[in-house]
Design a protein around this ligand. Structure first.
Ligand code: FMN
Length: 200
């Protein structure tokens, strides 16, 4: 049995390229493992709040000293983290929006990056607490960032790898449908990316 967590960040529904790519990744995972449970964390439906002072204070205050409001904030954040911990396989749909991940995904990371939950510090420095997981990233973009003159702007993939690396997840595969705004490439990019999905 494989628990799959599908994290969706594009606000577009039917036309979303990253959702199509992410769904295709999940379909391929299901072809490989007959017994799967897929849980969706659609960040565009249940929105994670933008980080405010009260959230930061909560995350840096020991649980035994939490006010009622902080208890409820912490519980919400722990719920998101529990979903991550319960997953054997995580699939993140990440389109590039204005040279970054969508703000919904950034907000999600602000609520899941917590000392004592997704990482801890010991005598050797930071240590990730989400081990033994596989992460697949379904990345889509208008331009091309994996090679060529815009490679220096390839921000999403290194960022997501850094975050999950910090959480202790190092087994990461990336599928890219790029050039979705470039005539001559846009017509086939998604289709080719879907065809090339290989589940290891
Ligand atoms: C608000 C917005 C911002 C975008 N910013 C960029 C960008 O900075 N670089 C880029 O290459 N493409 C950009 N694009 C194009 C998207 O990355 C591309 O269309 C992607 O497939 C969108 O994924 P989605 O269909 O799942 O939302 C942007 C698209 C939107 C809607």
């Amino acid at each position: 049995m494989k628990n799959i967590l599908h994290i969706i960040s594009s606000p577009r529904a039917e036309v979303s390229a990253s959702r199509k790519l992410g769904n295709a990744v999940i379909q391929k995972i299901q072809e490989k493992y007959s017994d799967t449970i897929v849980k969706e964390r659609d960040l565009t439906k249940s929105k994670v709040p933008l980080l405010e002072e009260v959230h930061i204070n909560t995350f840096f205050t020991p649980a035994e000293n939490h006010s009622e409001e902080q208890q409820s904030i912490s519980k919400y954040s722990e719920g998101l983290i529990t979903e991550l911990k319960e997953a054997d396989i995580i699939v993140i749909d990440s389109p590039m929006y204005n040279f970054s991940v969508p703000a919904t995904l950034r907000a999600y990371f602000d609520f899941t990056s917590r000392a004592g939950y997704t990482f801890k510090y010991d005598e050797n420095g930071p240590k990730g607490l989400l081990n033994d997981k596989k992460l697949y990233v379904a990345f889509t973009s208008g331009n091309i960032y994996s090679e060529g003159p815009y490679q220096i702007y390839d921000s999403n993939i290194p960022y997501i790898k850094n975050i999950f690396g910090f959480y202790g997840v190092s087994d990461i595969s990336v599928f890219r449908a790029e050039g979705l705004s470039i005539p001559g490439i846009m017509e086939t990019s998604l289709e080719r990316a879907i065809e090339n999905i290989a589940i290891d």
